[in-house]
Design a protein around this ligand. Structure first.
Ligand code: GSH
Length: 217
């Protein structure tokens, strides 16, 4: 049995839902309520020492860290490939993913935002300004990358979804949540819109998850 320990609004869990759907792997979900702090409970920390989601149980293994899990899934189920093309092209697709996964997402993490509130006295506006600043910075760089690559699309890298889209769509969702003006990123917005219509991405959307609250908050 494949079991995803995640949370409806977690970007990193969202990546894995998209990936599992693209690979046609069926899975059950176990919700770890981040809002109520269940990720910090001993039971969850026994699975993930950082107290994060996602965790994936697959093939009798227990995997953590979405970048590592995405690579595992791509090696285990090679078709369709998340990293098509030459070595240099694959490195470029990984670079798109890394801008989001290494540089944008970690500083929007719940525990970081909570720390900014409690230790640095920021209110909702302060936290929002932080998110907008750093998400905007990262997306500006990504838009420039997409522009200089000049790929035809309709996905971020080409005709099929790749690792770049798996990272992009959850990050764009998160950016909207923080009120980032996405019209400043036309290439990213177009790729995001295309990908969100794909059934694998559609089924992975936060609001379509069993643990999503009815009021969407
Ligand atoms: N690098 C990790 C990051 C995982 C991560 O940041 N998870 C967030 C949700 S998207 C989390 O569990 N946050 C809990 C917290 O900050 O307390 C991965 O990609 O798996």
């Amino acid at each position: 049995m494949t079991l995803l320990h995640g949370y409806w609004r977690s970007s990193a869990a969202y990546r894995l839902r998209i990936a599992l759907n693209l690979k046609g792997v069926s899975y059950d979900q176990l919700s770890v309520n981040l809002k109520d702090g269940h990720q910090r409970e001993a039971k969850h920390k026994a699975l993930h020492p950082q107290g994060f989601v996602p965790v994936l149980n697959i093939d009798g293994e227990q995997l953590i860290q979405s970048p590592a899990i995405l690579e595992y899934l791509d090696e285990r189920f090679p078709d369709p490939s998340f990293l098509p093309g030459t070595m240099a092209e694959r490195a470029r697709i990984r670079a798109y993913a890394a801008v989001i996964g290494c540089d944008i997402h970690p500083i929007q993490n719940l525990r970081v935002l909570q720390h900014i509130r409690t230790e640095y006295g920021q209110d909702g506006d302060g936290v929002r300004a932080w998110c907008q600043r750093w998400i905007g910075d990262g997306l500006t760089a990504l838009e420039k990358m997409a522009d200089s690559d000049g790929r035809e699309g309709p996905y971020l890298w080409g005709k099929q979804p790749t690792m770049a889209d798996i990272y992009l769509v959850p990050q764009m969702y998160n950016a909207s949540r923080w009120g980032v003006d996405l019209s400043a990123f036309p290439r990213l917005a177009a790729a995001d819109e295309t990908a969100r219509k794909h059934p694998a991405f559609e089924a992975a959307r936060p609001e379509n998850q069993p643990d999503a609250p009815e009021d969407g908050h």
